[in-house]
Design a protein around this ligand. Structure first.
Ligand SMILES: Cc1cc2nc3c(=O)[nH]c(=O)nc-3n(C[C@H](O)[C@H](O)[C@H](O)COP(=O)(O)OP(=O)(O)OC[C@H]3O[C@@H](n4cnc5c(N)ncnc54)[C@H](O)[C@@H]3O)c2cc1C
Length: 423
């Protein structure tokens, strides 16, 4: 006879690793939801928690970090019993009942034992071995370095037309730099938006005074320029790699399962899939499985902000309800446009446009067909059209993707919510 499983008792010692948005929000949620035990927070950076999105969008207009405490997200010294900043976790041993971290500091190594460890170690900018003196944009030091060097007339080569490449190209061009963006794929943001919608973004570059070269595979880079696969050498004064991120999880290999991109695989409550019960993960270091959207990669500010609440509610047993599954949500300001992507864009989805690109605000809806012919909304991109964001987030956060009346939805004068039917 099997005994009914009983919920695990709430932990009395919790350690949070990482002092970015996800780590700070986890610490704040623990206290807000009544955790009265011992809270230790370990962070590799010596700076207090700061916000990353302004580093690119406001590179020249905000020269100091935007501190998360000033934005109302909480203060670590008031939340933690022990705050180990400038300390890097280098090893984890965990079973279902407890977790032991080895933590390095300038004074040596020490062990931190807890009932539960929450990993919120984020992700770092990818660099390519062999590329020398190539900059990245990930933290305030990177931003400072770029501010010093990106003077009017400077030739900037940005490798990668993803989110950060496009945002950096925008502000550098506004500052008077001569900017060339080199993208290996056929269109900008193709891996996120798909080829058809990526194509609609191309004209923004020229309109913003940025040269965009797609299908340009960079084979070498140094402080004086980049080399392309066809042998061409492009001279530049500053070269920045914006080619993606990798989760800060190398130190965990062997201790936990990792997804192909090196993230910790988690469920909606941040529990590690196939891992010990004493470890949870949240924010950019985690890939979560959504019953609705499948595997959703971390790397969204909104996830670092909002997922800690469900993780903590599950950990402390403060919510009887299952963890919510909010639609993935990314925002960006680039090349004179405000963008949001809501939901997970499936490959091969049909694209339905609301509004005319190039002639004002527009939204792209990504739609798939059920076997019975029902059109189902899977994701949406809004461009300068904030009024579609709320309905998209609400509809795409429901347990199933809503049905969409494609003819009605393609008329931008019809309210989006009126074209959607919950499943
Ligand atoms: C320039 C820039 C612009 C961005 N703009 C947008 C945007 O417009 N929209 C959007 O949705 N997202 C944006 N993002 C992404 C967004 O900022 C991240 O999704 C978010 O900051 C993730 O927060 P996090 O706490 O998970 O990770 P992080 O902010 O990376 O924090 C992780 C912390 O953990 C520390 N750490 C790592 N390893 C260890 C260890 N072993 N021991 C101790 N500490 C460790 C790190 O040093 C870091 O301080 C942007 C990112 C950058 C870099």
């Amino acid at each position: 006879m099997s005994l009914p499983s009983r919920p695990a008792p709430p932990p009395s010692r919790v350690t949070v690793v990482g002092t970015g948005l996800a780590g700070l929000r986890t610490a704040a949620e623990l206290r807000a939801q009544g955790f009265a035990g011992v809270l230790t927070v370990v962070g590799a950076e010596s700076l207090p928690p700061y916000d990353r999105p302004p580093l690119s969008k406001e590179l020249f207009s905000r020269t100091e970090p935007v501190w998360l405490a000033d934005e109302g997200y909480g203060e670590l010294p008031a939340l933690a019993d022990e705050l180990l900043v400038g300390h890097r976790a280098v090893h984890l041993e965990a079973d279902d009942d407890d977790a032991r971290l080895a933590v390095d500091s300038p004074d040596g190594r020490r062990e931190v034992a807890s009932d539960v460890v929450v990993l919120a170690t984020g992700a770092g900018a990818l660099t390519v071995p062999g590329w020398r003196d190539v900059l990245t944009l990930h933290d305030p030091d990177d931003a400072e370095r770029l501010r010093e060097r990106l003077r009017p007339g400077v030739r900037l080569a940005v490798i990668g037309a993803g989110w950060i490449g496009a945002e950096l190209a925008s502000v550098a061009a506004e500052q008077g730099a001569h900017v060339t963006v080199l993208e290996g794929g056929p269109v900008p943001l193709g891996h996120v938006l798909g080829p058809d919608v990526g194509e609609l973004v191309v004209p923004w570059y020229e309109a913003h005074g940025v040269e965009l070269r797609c299908g340009a595979t960079v084979t070498g880079a140094d402080a004086e320029g980049v080399e392309l696969a066809d042998g061409e050498r492009l001279a530049a004064d500053v070269v920045v790699a914006a080619v993606g991120v990798r989760p800060h999880t190398r130190w965990l290999s062997g201790a936990l399962p990792l997804t192909p991109r090196g993230a910790v695989p988690v469920d909606l409550a941040g529990r590690v899939r196939g891992g010990p019960a004493s470890v949870r993960a949240v924010g950019d270091c985690a890939d979560r499985t959504s019953p609705r959207d499948g595997l959703v990669a971390g790397a969204h500010w909104d996830g670092a902000l909002n997922h800690p609440s469900a993780l903590v509610a599950d950990l402390l047993g403060t919510s009887g309800a299952p963890a919510p599954d909010p639609a993935p949500y990314v925002f960006s300001t680039q090349l004179g446009h405000d963008l949001t992507v809501v939901g997970q864009v499936p490959p091969g989805a049909e694209v339905v446009l609301r509004g005319e690109p190039g002639a004002g605000p527009w939204t792209a809806l990504y739609v798939t067909r059920d076997a019975d012919g029902t059109s189902r909304l899977r994701a949406g991109l809004t461009v300068d059209r904030p009024r579609d964001v709320g309905p998209l987030r609400k509809a795409l956060s429901a347990p199933r993707h809503p049905a969409v009346d494609v003819a009605a939805a393609s008329d931008p004068s019809v309210q989006l919510r009126k074209t959607l039917t919950p499943a």
